[in-house]
Design a protein around this ligand. Structure first.
Ligand code: NAP
Length: 334
């Protein structure tokens, strides 16, 4: 099996390389692709030197599966060209709501992959969506979710490598009493937070909020009502979510705990005492999505509150794409 990564030098691309190194997928050749400015640079894969190739000159027929991690504009232009020669798994938002393109979190809806040949493109969900649907799936199966209210606390690495660097440089400058400049964010992010991710769309919502609402419905159930507020916080990696879930059926906390403890890809950490919960710093580097602060909503007897944390570069991006590739290889590619 030959693999390729477009955007191999970025945050998600580099994590994808790490995960492929540990994966059980037998990779004969890995091709790494990025912009012209990175062409010729070396990245190691399983101790082997691989030279970065420029996208414009790359031949997509070289790999059976190509993971795109280079943003929407690149995906829009290049994924349909690539899909004539290779199966594309795309991290960007560009194809996610296309009804002929599966949007997949393998633990939740791997059967959606059966239509992948329609366009030979598979979409990876937004980082906030992936971790959320892992927690919602077993609860929806048992108690039928009526409505979800989610507030996200999203790490800067979710906005790419340059934004991550901006948090570090702003923090350094702020502590030295120097002027703090914002380039990738609309306001200072160091020692602050910003209630705005992606561009504003209609009704005062942002595109990030629209994505988490609509992607969750596409993956889980279009009948779920949902509202989101997405906030960028000065955390390096791992997104956190405060989630309020209203069910159609009655539920017990014991059953909720039992279901979440068994949920694939999830781990419950919830001792309801000092430190008995997960923080984003602790989730960094883990393949798991953590669930804490499980409690009834005292204002609505059919509703529940949760705290959900996951590494946005792993389950939120790179890990999920590799898991999609694993299912493809096992079930669909001979
Ligand atoms: P990033 O760190 O900014 O990396 C961008 C990558 O794209 C780099 O490898 C860059 O190569 C490459 N690239 C940029 N312009 C290019 C061009 N003209 N031709 C070829 N390659 C080009 O971004 P990221 O955070 O990894 O995000 C990548 C994608 O994953 C985005 O669509 C993002 O929305 C999505 N995603 C990210 C997360 C997350 O938590 N970060 C989660 C889910 C999905 P050079 O180094 O050569 O410029």
């Amino acid at each position: 099996m030959n693999f390729a990564i477009v955007g191999a030098t970025g945050n998600v691309g580099r994590k994808t390389i790490n995960i492929l190194e540990k994966s059980k997928i037998k990779i004969d050749n890995l091709f790494l692709v990025a912009s012209k400015k990175s062409a010729g640079k070396i990245i190691y894969f399983k101790k082997k030197k691989i030279k970065i190739e420029a996208l414009e000159k790359y031949n997509f027929a070289k790999a059976q599966i190509t993971i795109f991690a280079a943003g929407s504009l690149i995906a829009k232009k290049w994924a349909p060209i690539a899909a004539k020669r290779t199966i594309v798994i795309d991290n960007s938002k560009y194809f996610r709501m296309d009804k002929n393109i599966p949007l997949v979190v393998p633990e939740v809806n791997k059967s959606a992959l059966k239509i992948y040949k329609k366009k030979n493109i598979i979409s990876n969900p937004n980082c906030s969506t992936a971790q959320l649907v892992l927690a919602l799936k077993p609860l929806h199966d048992k108690f039928k979710i009526k409505r979800v209210i989610v507030s996200t606390y999203q790490a800067v690495s979710g906005a790419g490598k340059a934004s991550m660097d901006e948090l570090f440089s702003q923090t350094r400058n702020y502590l030295k009493g120097k002027k703090v400049k914002s380039k990738n964010f609309t306001k200072q992010i160091a020692f602050n937070l910003i209630p705005h991710i992606d561009k504003f769309i209609k009704d005062g919502y942002t595109k990030e909020e629209w994505k988490i609402e609509n992607e969750t419905r596409k993956i889980l159930d279009p009948s779920i009502k949902m509202t989101a507020t997405c906030v960028r916080v000065p955390v390096r990696t791992s997104h956190s979510e405060s989630v309020n879930i209203e069910f159609k059926k009655s539920f017990s906390l014991n059953k909720v705990r039992e279901l979440l403890k068994k949920a694939p890809g999830c781990k419950v950490i919830d001792t309801q005492k000092n430190g008995g919960y997960i923080t984003p710093f602790e989730a960094e580097g883990s393949y798991l999505t953590y669930i804490s602060r499980i409690r009834k909503d005292n204002s609505n007897k059919k509703a529940l509150n949760l705290w959900v944390v996951s590494d946005n570069l792993l389950k939120g991006a790179a890990l999920n794409t590799v898991q999609i590739a694993e299912v493809l290889i096992k079930k669909y590619i001979k």
